[in-house]
Design a binder for this molecule. Structure first.
Ligand SMILES: Nc1nc2c(ncn2[C@@H]2O[C@H](COP(=O)(O)OP(=O)(O)OP(=O)(O)O)[C@@H](O)[C@H]2O)c(=O)[nH]1
Ligand SMILES: [Mg+2]
Length: 412
């Protein structure tokens, strides 16, 4: 692909390899193309017509008929004049071997080949290559029945009986924009049966005063709230996050609903709403680290170390915890088109492995999720994936409660 100084982008494609055999070759799938014309998206494909298409030179890269600039690979050492490389134009887009559909070197490249950049890309047939032959993790059956079963599980869920708690508390923590609020909205949407946006998404709260809120989800069929509360927090950023002391209070249940804590001053045990001696009912029972699966590679070292610090705190307090890996649709075209391919996607599997390394957690605790985002109607596969994650979360919350109960029995 060539980027010339007049904002034209054009080039050629070979399905053949770039090996240096010294032969003329014919690649019937080869074509030339233009993508941008004077900065405007004007894609045109110039298909193969006849005879040989390219020469595999022994000492440098292949060159195409009608794309003599590729021949310039022989001269890649030439120095750029001004800020561009002045490449060969002798038979550029002259129509040999390829159908130029009436276009010329003038209309494609403004008659010159002064390029600021020259790229070689390998083209992968995404939907074929990314799809594994077998599942990388047991996959649910993507059917309306599975959806109903999962929904019923969540709707009928009651916290571990012996603790006599009516609702489990779920704490969402993760980098800014990872999809915490969107997850809450996704669950609400599933039960409401319509797109819901109760928690504000894409709008980071930057005020230093942070209100602590627990959201409940209502099941319209029973007109009752489900037996969990989700606590959404502001995004973890370098230098700006709830202080460890406050986070400890939050996890231990010292902060009542609607409690406002200050990010820029000391944690306070004296403010109104501070619960001095919280019971197990007020504690967080499970913590979910929400990570954006499509940007794991660019997580800053500062955010990673903050997340790990929070994880240590959670581990010290023996709270169950897991990771929701969001935006898997942005990570993989296959999943973007069809969420039921999640457990066959190589990219999602890689991201799960990556997240397990980042958080130093077993892979089984990393659950891929696709939140409602651009959709305007409900989708059974999105629902199944989100509810699968939520079910695991509730089971984890019960594990915590069961431990608490057992320890209490031993203490008594
Ligand atoms: N494509 C896609 N976009 C998502 C997904 N989840 C969230 N988003 C988008 O990502 C953006 C940020 O999502 P939020 O839910 O606001 O993220 P957050 O973690 O609550 O962010 P803060 O409150 O700022 O920390 C929004 O524009 C969402 O629509 C997802 O699974 N896929
Ligand atoms: Mg949010």
């Amino acid at each position: 692909m060539f980027y010339n100084t007049d904002n034209n982008v054009y080039g050629g494609y070979l399905s053949d390899s770039w090996e240096s055999t010294g032969n003329w070759c014919t690649d019937q799938r080869a074509f030339l193309f233009k993508l941008y014309s004077a900065g405007n998206w004007k894609p045109v494909k110039f298909p193969y017509v006849i005879k040989e298409t390219h020469f595999k030179n022994k000492t440098h890269g292949p060159w195409f008929y009608s794309l003599t600039s590729m021949y310039s690979f022989i001269k890649t050492t030439n120095k750029p004049s001004s800020n561009y490389y002045n490449l060969d134009t002798s038979s550029l887009f002259d129509g040999h071997r390829f159908d130029m559909k009436g276009e010329t070197v003038q209309s494609v490249a403004n008659g010159h080949n002064n390029v600021t950049d020259l790229e070689v890309n390998q083209v992968k047939e995404g939907s074929l290559d990314d799809e594994l032959d077998s599942f990388w993790r047991d996959s649910p059956e993507w059917s309306p029945q599975t959806f109903q079963e999962l929904k019923e599980f969540v709707a009928n869920y009651k916290p571990f009986e012996e603790t006599k708690i009516t609702e489990v508390n779920i704490l969402l923590i993760g980098p800014a924009g990872a999809g915490k609020s969107s997850f809450l909205n996704t669950i609400n949407t599933i039960f409401k049966g319509e797109m819901s946006s109760r928690a504000c998404t894409g709008c980071a709260d930057i005020s230093p005063a942070q209100k602590f809120r627990k959201f409940r989800v209502r099941d319209p069929t029973t007109k009752k709230h489900l037996c969990f509360r989700i606590c959404d927090t502001r995004g973890v950023e370098e230098g700006v996050f709830i202080k460890s002391e406050d986070l400890g209070f939050l996890i231990d249940g010292n902060l009542s609903d609607n409690y406002t804590f200050q990010l820029d001053s000391e944690a306070s045990t004296k403010r109104i709403g501070f619960v001095e001696e919280p019971t197990v009912k007020e504690k967080m029972h499970v913590v979910v680290f929400v990570l954006d699966g499509s940007s794991l590679d660019v997580l800053s070292a500062g955010v990673v170390s903050k997340l790990r610090e929070i994880k240590s705190l959670v581990v010290d307090k023996s709270i169950s915890h897991l990771v929701f890996l969001t935006k898997i649709d942005k990570l993989c075209n296959l999943v973007e088109k069809d969420v039921s391919k999640t457990f066959k996607s190589r990219d999602v599997e890689d991201a799960v492995n990556n997240a397990a390394d980042v958080m130093a957690l077993p892979r089984s605790q990393i659950l891929p999720v696709k939140n409602y985002e651009k959709e305007t109607t409900l989708n059974t596969d999105i629902n199944i994936l989100a509810l699968t994650a939520l079910r695991k979360l509730l089971v984890f919350a019960d594990d915590f409660l069961e431990n608490q109960y057992d320890w209490q029995q031993i203490d008594m």
